[in-house]
Design a protein around this ligand. Structure first.
Ligand SMILES: [Zn+2]
Length: 350
């Protein structure tokens, strides 16, 4: 059984977004209720978050952007853009979300835990170097990756982003460097507009951005095929020293905005694939960071599925159903093949 940690703190509930916003504190309340009812609160270890330091945020954000977020402290609801709103406690929550991910990296790198799930708000993967975007203030996963590189001296970090939206912020922050490999599955065309298969990185980072754009209604079988046919071989060739997952759950079939057909079993399969990579390449070191996911029931079930797979591996019923050597091609095989061909020139294994 793996040793799993949870970053969980009531101050993440303090990021108020108004009555009608889908990115609501109720998301974490639903997850917390599941953790307590399922016993996962007891079987996972608590990892205490801290506020990120300005220097730690400056690794991936401009000082002007950090100042802008600091300016919102204590203010009543303020729309920074049509999607992204802050309340009086949002700045504190955002510093604690980024810092919670840093604390989780420290915990995993020190060997105290095998993997940590940072259950943080606000989410992060749309936040650009110089601006907030799409409910995100600071790019938590990017801050965590930069911390692993700068503070722990790592040379290769893999970020897997399975949120239904493309991680424009994470891509732009790291697209010109080879020490972060970004792998994203997302609906396309869709918000935020980026994420075509032809976006493969720039300069020294060419080939180190792998986008798998998908039409609506992608299934568990599609995702399982993407992870085994593209992610796993590329990641094993890259040999990451730490695996980060931007874990959004808005590709779930019950999500009100994603339009995909993934079930909680699909998230278990993706988790298993990620952990096979982590086990093979870096002693199982992994950090999961909460991104989107807006149906409370889907969020509860999916996070539970990820944590149980992390602890004890894939349930037997999924092992037998989805690992057959003669499995039929998934519904979106042709689109997935197009994505594979986009990055084939950069990876011997493809
Ligand atoms: Zn999303």
């Amino acid at each position: 059984m793996r040793r799993i940690g949870l970053v969980r703190d009531d101050r993440y509930l303090g990021h108020a977004t108004g009555l009608h916003h889908v990115e609501t504190p109720r998301r974490l309340l639903a997850i917390n209720a599941m953790l307590d009812a399922s016993g996962l609160s007891n079987s996972c270890r608590a990892v205490a978050p801290r506020s990120a330091a300005i220097d730690e945020l400056c690794r991936v954000h401009t000082e002007a952007h950090i100042e802008k977020i600091l300016d919102t402290a204590g203010e009543t609801l303020r729309y920074l853009d049509p999607d992204t709103v802050t309340g009086g406690q949002s700045c504190a929550a955002a510093f604690l979300a980024a810092g919670g991910c840093i604390a989780a990296v420290d915990e995993v790198m020190s060997g105290g835990l095998d993997a940590v799930f940072a259950l943080v708000r606000p989410p992060g993967h749309h936040a650009e170097r110089g601006r907030q975007m799409g409910f995100c203030l600071f790019n938590n996963a990017a801050v965590a990756a930069a911390h692993a590189l700068c503070a722990h001296g790592l040379k290769r970090v893999l970020i897997v982003d399975w949120d239904v939206h493309h991680p424009n912020g994470t891509q732009h922050i790291f697209e010109d460097r080879a020490d972060v490999l970004l792998f994203s599955t997302h609906r396309y065309p869709f918000f935020p507009g980026t994420g075509a298969g032809s976006e493969v990185g720039q300069g020294a980072g060419r080939g180190f951005t792998v986008n798998v754009p998908l039409p609506a209604r992608a299934t568990d079988a599609d995702y399982a095929h993407i992870f085994s046919a593209i992610l796993e071989p590329v990641a094993r060739e890259y040999r990451p020293e730490l695996v980060l997952v931007s874990a959004g759950f808005d590709a779930h079939r019950d999500d009100p905005i994603g339009g995909m057909l993934v079930s909680e079993d699909g998230f278990a399969l993706m988790t298993d694939a990620v952990m096979r990579i982590a086990d093979a390449c870096c002693g199982g070191k992994a950090l999961f960071v909460l991104e989107g996911g807006y149906d409370l029931g889907a969020l509860r079930k999916s996070v539970q599925s990820v944590l149980e797979t992390l602890q004890t591996g894939l349930p037997d019923r999924l092992n037998t159903r989805c690992r057959g050597a003669n499995a039929a091609p998934p519904p979106l095989f042709d689109q997935i093949e197009d994505a594979r061909l986009s990055v084939q020139p950069y990876w011997k294994c493809l």
